[in-house]
Design a protein around this ligand. Structure first.
Ligand SMILES: [Zn+2]
Length: 329
């Protein structure tokens, strides 16, 4: 599906079958000189077919087209290697480029993420299946891409548009949004989404992605935005209102985590099993494996935030990190 949003700006909706996200938005800027594709879909046949059909309909020549990924997730950059032509450039936030380039043992049980999952209480079989089935592992680009790392405040000119890079860590450490001050549009990637909540994952003890995310939301909220173009689902008309809803959602989730730990120390996996989720399943053990993975990463993000706030402390017992709530200061 192709939709014209503004002169020289189109949306192509790409399907993500079997994924709770359902679809991803790719935004395409066209001009007489160069074109720019923002976010590509996964490295899957169905995404490539929809992308090629959409580009055809708009009349985009890939030989004159650069590609930008708002962040490193496979649904946003999985097809970059396939679509990129010689002499064209691929962009991503510089921090996410660093992470991708240093991700050698990322998908192994002995890598930093696997080790943290074991400390978080992940059963060994669930961990193995999670890493093997992770979309980042399955649907990322098959060959490495030489990304140009973008810094906060850099601009990219395309036709009548000047896109400003706004660094928005949270959903990923190097996530970027693109702001166009004259058109008052924000390409928000997975930083602001309309009818779903951007997933936050913490797989490092020194990270505070929820804290970063809230700071980045405030940053975007200070911009004058008429229309927000998110990475998934419907366009967001009232960005400021949506940001307020997201802040409130995470405040409630962070309180919920503390309430769960008020009842006694737990690891992150068990804490996630007691949190409120949209998924309909008879019990935590019946959650699809990947959803248990993302839920646990999300619970760690909220635990870490409250740990930084001084509301949660941790002990390391028998190879696992156990968290407990501490009285309000
Ligand atoms: Zn994402």
């Amino acid at each position: 599906m192709v939709e014209k949003i503004l002169p020289g700006l189109f949306r192509i909706v790409l399907p993500l079958s079997g994924n709770p996200l359902r679809e991803i938005n790719s935004f395409v800027f066209t001009s007489n000189d160069r074109n720019l594709i923002v976010d590509t879909g996964m490295n899957r046949e169905e995404c490539l077919e929809a992308m090629e059909a959409g580009l055809d309909e708009i009349g985009v020549d890939l030989e004159r087209t650069d590609i930008l990924a708002t962040h490193l997730h496979a649904d946003h950059q999985g097809l970059v290697a396939t679509l990129l032509r010689e002499g064209s450039r691929a962009f991503m936030g510089e921090r996410d480029v660093e992470v991708i380039n240093g991700s050698g043992d990322y998908w192994t049980e002995s890598g930093p993420m696997g080790q943290l999952a074991i400390k978080a209480g992940f059963p060994a079989d669930v961990l193995r299946a999670s890493l093997e089935n992770h979309p980042g592992f399955k649907y990322g680009p098959q060959v490495p891409v030489d990304f140009v790392g973008l810094k906060d405040g850099e601009t990219i000119g395309i036709g009548d548009y000047t896109l400003q890079v706004v660094l928005t860590p949270g959903h990923t450490d190097g996530h970027i949004c693109l702001y166009e001050p004259n058109a008052k549009i924000l390409l928000s990637g997975d930083h602001v989404l309309g009818d779903i909540t951007p997933n936050l994952q913490a797989w490092g003890d020194d990270e505070d992605p929820l804290g970063d995310f809230l700071t980045s939301l405030a940053r975007v909220d200070a911009l004058d935005i008429d229309l927000c173009l998110p990475g998934h689902r419907a366009l967001v008309e009232n960005c400021s209102q949506r940001i307020a809803e997201l802040v409130e959602h995470h405040r409630m989730r962070a309180d919920e985590v503390v309430e769960i730990l008020d009842q006694g120390p737990r690891n992150a996996y068990d804490t996630a099993g007691r949190m409120t989720w949209d998924i309909v399943a008879p019990s935590w053990d019946d959650f699809p494996i990947m959803q248990r993975w993302f839920a646990t990463g999300e619970s760690i993000a909220h635990i870490r935030y409250m740990e930084v706030q001084g509301r949660i402390e941790r002990d390391f017992v028998d190879g696992q990190t156990l968290y407990r709530s501490v009285a309000r200061p």
